[in-house]
Design a protein. Structure first.
Lengths: 280, 183
């Protein structure tokens, strides 16, 4: 009797393990499937309601975390304010010039031309440190498509990796699978921005241009390259982050700099999906 | 554990509420920059109370629902959490938990194991980028949070499944005063 029970238990376990591997093989890299769309259709309203209902409690817990941080950041911010004041004065002239240039090329002030922003709210987030993705409450019914770029008020957040009718999965730029072509401004050095898995405050820009020395404090934006047949999924000039550390390795042709993303990837609430656009 | 339709419904409800709370609340709050993960603790608690088979099936279902809600590839969460639930159940079948710290310690260990499992799944699927040493700190902090959350989670699951627990019944029987004939 006991042996029979053990055999049955092992059989069920083997079935579940095989089922997991089977599901992983069938669904990996294929976006959303019918089952997920069904589950999402049922649970999206519940998730949205739970997200809104639990926001005050979340804010309370996050307030404690931010208070701990604020102590250390106070003196650093004082120094930064002084530095930015100097930069702001110098930047005003550049802003005036930029406004004129923008009018000349008829660029939209906030959204890259050809893109239609769709606002969404983060309703769920992956619990593990290994995957950086969130679920938002807008989906294909709102015009969201796979690979649409996602931004917030501070800068680039990620890309849409799967869509259902009423929700979408956004793979953040801190996820291990993310790669964004970026450009250091004003130097113009271009490279690929990759994450450092497990640390959403650290991105790494790999580039091949040992002649130009990138230094801390410079900003990095999306490169938004385009060829005849292909185009980057990101429009150009979306702010990504600020260079925090740049080591100069003369011997190596490929250089690396560390960036801190402008968007706070740990605390995302409202985001914008840039739908449409003209990708090759 | 005696599985009746009513208990099965309770298990489903516990799983649903647990996953919804995780993705909508725990994953979106941070203490010391780390979000608590309550799901391994939940699966460990079910495994400890229900045995290896119940733990494995619960882990598989909770992982499946988690992946579905996050619109992630299915199977990764199921694979990791079914292993955690199964091991918790095996532990319960081989050893007796006497200490009040037993369940929270196992919840912490289960969370650490789950994070290592998720790491293995991520590596299996291919990580093109470097891995920060902060991952280790995050995993240890998640385990510490799981130790703290393990108390209420285990107590809550135990309370919800009380009618199905054989040990609870026998304990109650032992506490009952004996009937003295002729007294």
């Amino acid at each position: 009797m006991y042996r029979k029970q053990v055999r049955r238990r092992r059989a069920v376990l083997a079935l579940l393990v095989l089922g997991s591997f089977g599901l992983l093989t069938l669904t990996y890299g294929r976006g959303s499937n019918g089952l997920q769309r069904g589950v999402s259709a049922i649970f999206s309203p519940v998730e949205s309601a739970a997200d809104r209902a639990l926001k005050p409690a979340r804010d309370l817990v996050n307030w404690f975390d931010e208070t701990f941080d604020a102590r250390g950041e106070n003196s650093r911010l004082h120094d930064e304010v002084r530095k930015f004041r100097d930069e702001a004065v110098a930047g005003q002239a550049a802003v005036a010039e930029n406004e004129q240039l923008k009018k000349m090329v008829e660029l939209d002030e906030t959204v890259p031309s050809g893109y239609r922003p769709v606002s969404g709210r983060v309703i769920a987030r992956s619990p593990t440190v290994w995957f950086a993705d969130v679920t938002i409450d807008v989906g294909s019914a709102d015009g969201v498509r796979v690979e649409d770029p996602v931004v917030n008020g501070d800068g680039l957040v990620g890309t849409v990796s799967a869509v259902t009718g009423s929700s979408a999965a956004v793979t953040l730029i801190a996820d291990g699978s993310s790669a964004v072509s970026g450009r250091v401004v004003p130097l113009g050095v271009e490279g690929v921005i990759r994450p450092s898995v497990g640390d959403p405050n650290d991105l790494i820009l790999d580039f091949i241009d040992s002649a130009r020395h990138v230094h801390a404090g410079l900003s990095v934006v999306t490169a938004g390259w385009r060829t005849e047949a292909l185009a980057s999924r990101f429009p150009p000039n979306i702010p990504v982050g600020e260079v925090t550390e740049a080591s100069i390795v003369e011997q190596e042709a490929q250089q690396q700099v560390h960036l801190r993303p402008f968007a706070d990837l740990r605390n995302l609430d409202l985001v914008q999906v840039l739908t449409g656009g003209s990708r090759g | 554990m005696i599985l009746t339709p009513k208990i099965l419904a309770r298990l489903v409800l516990i799983g649903l509420v647990g996953v919804l709370l995780q993705v909508s609340f725990f994953s979106q709050v941070a203490l010391f920059h780390v979000s608590p993960d309550v799901l391994p603790a939940l699966v460990v608690s079910i495994g400890l109370l229900g045995g290896s088979l119940t733990g494995a099936v619960s882990g598989f279902s909770v992982g499946f629902l988690l992946n579905s809600l996050l619109i992630e590839p299915l199977g990764g969460g199921s694979l990791v959490l079914l292993g955690v639930g199964y091991l918790a159940g095996i532990f319960r079948e081989r050893f007796e938990i006497r200490s009040t710290f037993g369940a929270p310690v196992l919840c912490a260990a289960g969370t650490l194991l789950a994070e290592l499992g998720f790491g293995a799944v991520a590596l299996m699927l291919g990580i093109d980028s470097g891995v920060s040493p902060l991952v280790l700190r995050d995993m240890l902090l998640k385990s510490a949070f799981a130790f703290i959350l393990g108390w209420p989670v285990y107590a809550g699951v135990r309370r919800a499944l009380r009618p199905a627990l054989v040990e609870e019944d026998s304990g109650a029987r032992q506490r009952r005063r004996p009937t003295v004939l002729g007294a």
